[in-house]
Design a protein around this ligand. Structure first.
Ligand code: A2P
Length: 329
């Protein structure tokens, strides 16, 4: 097993290396890939020293799996070249997600759709992944009609420079502005660029990716995505209307029994999911589960996950694990 991490020096790349180590992902050879700016730099991982290489150099090595987290432009340019060299690419960017010929995978929900023919596999947007983990089993049981979601997203979703902006502002230093406004002590109803319809690209990702993963265009989704000054993970307030009637205890049990979900729902004892307690965890946490009393067959819940882990690194590593365990690479 020859494994390449493209974007190994970035925030998500760093998490991918951590998750691979924690989950004991087996590889015989590891290629750490970054931009030509970083090529040649030494990098120490698991007691071994690696020299960072460029994408071009890594392609020559024909890795079995290449996990990409180096931005959309790099993926568009290099993923097909890796695939042509025989690698299976798992891509974290938005470059291939809505391409009808590429699969969009959240392993707990739709890994079984993968075949040997899938040479470029897309990892969904971080906010979509954690919502899908929670709603996938509910859609199977009660058939989702409509979702209204509002997100509370961590600055880590915007890369290292955004984390620096937050902490520089907090320290009273002059900050390099990643966001159009101060993020410390503030809330920005703005993630990614605004589209002609008034929604942001992030909101449209949640809407379109959800339908693609559930393989159901009839599911209605509307979203408001918001950046808040936190680092531990993304939170989501989700209102779900079902086709079928549900029993609250049964719904809670379905979530508790589902892979990758931890139910934290004991509000009287102040137990509910939070970014602080979800940080560095691979699971998706669900709480504040309660019937919407204004509408039939509708439930409210609060979903939290570490966006760099389940929202990015962990999900890609789980896809890689599935490819290996199913003999697809
Ligand atoms: P580098 O560190 O050399 O810039 P983040 O989103 O946290 O900023 O990380 C982006 C990652 O993508 C970094 O590891 C970055 O490497 C990498 N990257 C950027 N451009 C390329 C490229 N053309 N080829 C390979 N990796 C790239």
């Amino acid at each position: 097993m020859k494994l390449a991490i493209v974007g190994a020096t970035g925030l998500v790349g760093e998490q991918i290396l951590k998750v691979l180590d924690e989950r004991n992902f087996h590889f015989d050879e590891l290629l750490l890939v970054a931009s030509p700016r970083s090529a040649g730099k030494k990098f120490s991982y698991k007691g071994k020293e690696y020299t960072v290489v460029t994408a071009e150099q890594a392609i020559e090595e024909k890795p079995d799996i290449a996990i990409f987290s180096a931005g959309g432009g790099t993926s568009l340019e290099y993923a097909p070249k890796f695939a042509e060299a025989g690698s299976t690419v798992i891509d974290n960017s938005s470059a291939w997600r809505m391409d009808p010929s590429k699969k969009l995978i959240v392993p707990e929900v739709n890994a079984k759709s993968l075949t040997k023919e899938d040479k470029i596999i897309a990892n969904p947007n971080c906010s979509t992944i954690q919502m899908i983990v929670a709603i996938g089993p509910l859609h199977e049981k009660y058939t989702i009609k409509r979702i209204v979601v509002s997100t509370y997203q961590s600055v880590t979703g915007s890369g290292k420079a955004a984390v620096d902006q937050l902490f520089d502002e907090r320290a009273g230093k002059e900050a390099n502005m990643v966001y159009p406004h101060q993020i410390d002590l503030n809330v920005l109803p703005h993630i990614d660029v605004f589209q002609d319809n008034g929604y942001t690209k992030e909101e449209m990702k949640m809407i379109n990716e959800t339908k693609k993963i559930l393989e159901d265009d009839t599911v209605k989704v509307t979203a408001t995505t918001v950046r808040i000054p936190t680092v531990g993970g993304h939170s989501e307030s989700v209102n779900i209307e079902f086709e079928k009637e549900f029993d609250e205890d049964e719904l809670r049990q379905i979530l508790a029994d589902s892979e990758g979900i931890i139910v934290q729902d004991d509000p009287l004892n102040n137990v509910y999911p939070m970014p602080l307690t979800s940080h560095n965890r691979d699971e998706t946490f669900v709480g504040r589960i309660r019937r919407d009393e204004t509408q039939d067959k509708t439930v409210n819940m609060w979903i939290v996950a570490d966006n760099l882990r389940k929202g990015a690194a962990t999900n890609t590593v789980q896809i890689a694990e599935y490819l290996v365990s199913s003999g697809l690479v």
